[in-house]
Design a binder for this molecule. Structure first.
Ligand code: PMP
Length: 330
């Protein structure tokens, strides 16, 4: 019989697939790594196991303890999966730009969710950083994984994501591209790929226009899970060779194209990463092999990026007009 002992054992080993239709003007191979095929639906499943193992080993997390974390949703799902298996409670703090669907998912896994305003400074007592700090202090037996600073985040990508990509491309990868949120993915995966290739693989980070990584001041953007207004410790700025900024409109337009033209239903940060990746890929020779990491699936964004009314309300012009079956029937 072939089965896993627990859902947590199914994390990682996600496949690569070649982009076929959104690559006009590109001669090289562009492969995307589908992190939504992790059991919790995102790359964050990888960091959860490693972070919880380390906290148990250090005594920071003990029987009956509570995990408290500010998370845009995906880290919460990963942590909730592992917490369930080991009998911990979870409290997650989210900014209010996060979709209802994502919040409902966390609640479905049995976590408690606290929603905080997006439009306040990181050091405001109402910010999601501050609220989670206060809960971590006040709840007895609380452990705050702090994905922004925890070295086990990047380490999990160094130990799993990087080696998987190297193995699956037979060492032929020339460019690795990923969005930057906490910076854990680009730091861990990028460091591994640079080391194993003796610095032959070029590492490219993508962030939303306005975010600090590409020189912005932290002004708001709508794409979720990437970009920062502070510099997290999980990010090592010496790993990426280059950071490319992409705006919301382009990110969301590509996210919709990936679903319609490639059959890949992913979130806005995946669309963002692909826009940045293709800008670079257009300049590359045919023998280059680019791998773009797509962090999560699109089902958490149905009411936003995939909703024409929502897109129009923010002035995104990609929404196609034209005759529909309903028009024909009318
Ligand atoms: N995309 C989404 C949807 C995310 O939730 C995250 C994690 N914050 C990222 C991208 C970026 O990953 P990382 O934190 O490893 O930089």
């Amino acid at each position: 019989m072939k089965y896993a002992d627990s859902i947590v054992d199914l994390v990682g080993d996600t496949p690569l697939v070649k982009l076929q239709h959104v690559t006009e003007g590109v001669e090289c191979t562009v492969l995307v790594k589908l992190e939504y095929l992790n059991p919790g639906g995102s790359a964050k499943d990888r960091i959860a196991t490693r972070i919880i193992d380390a906290a148990e080993a250090s005594g920071e997390l003990q029987t009956g303890g509570t995990i408290v974390e500010p998370t845009s949703g995906n880290t919460g799902v990963g942590l909730a999966l592992v917490a369930q298996q080991r009998g911990y409670k979870c409290v997650f703090v989210l900014p209010d730009k996060v979709g209802e669907d994502k919040i409902d998912v966390l609640r479905a896994y049995g976590a408690e969710v606290v929603v905080t305003p997006t439009s306040v400074a990181a050091d405001s007592p109402e910010s999601y950083y501050s609220v989670s700090d206060r809960l971590a202090r006040e709840i007895p037996g609380a452990f705050k994984p702090n994905q922004y600073e925890n070295p086990n985040g990047p380490r999990s990508h160094y130990e799993t994501t990087g080696p998987e990509i190297w193995r699956d491309t037979d060492g032929r990868i020339t460019h690795f591209v990923a969005g930057v949120g906490t910076g854990g993915t680009i730091t861990g995966t990028g460091r591994y790929l640079r080391e194993v290739s003796e610095d032959r693989v070029r590492i490219v980070g993508i962030d939303p226009e306005g975010s600090v990584y590409s020189g912005g001041t932290g002004r708001p953007y709508l794409v979720e899970g990437v970009g920062e207004d502070i510099w997290p410790g999980a990010y090592d700025p010496t790993v990426p060779h280059e950071i490319v900024a992409v705006d919301d409109a382009e990110s969301f337009a590509m996210t919709r194209r990936l679903a319609r033209e490639e059959g890949i239903l992913v979130g806005g940060s995946s669309g963002m990463a692909v826009v940045g990746a293709l800008r670079i890929a257009r300049e590359l020779p045919a023998d280059a092999v680019m791998v773009v990491l797509l962090p999560d699936g699109g089902r958490g964004y149905l009411g936003k990026i995939f909703n024409d009314g929502w897109m129009r309300s923010y002035g995104f012009s990609d929404v196609e007009e034209g005759e529909t079956v309903a028009d024909v029937l009318a």
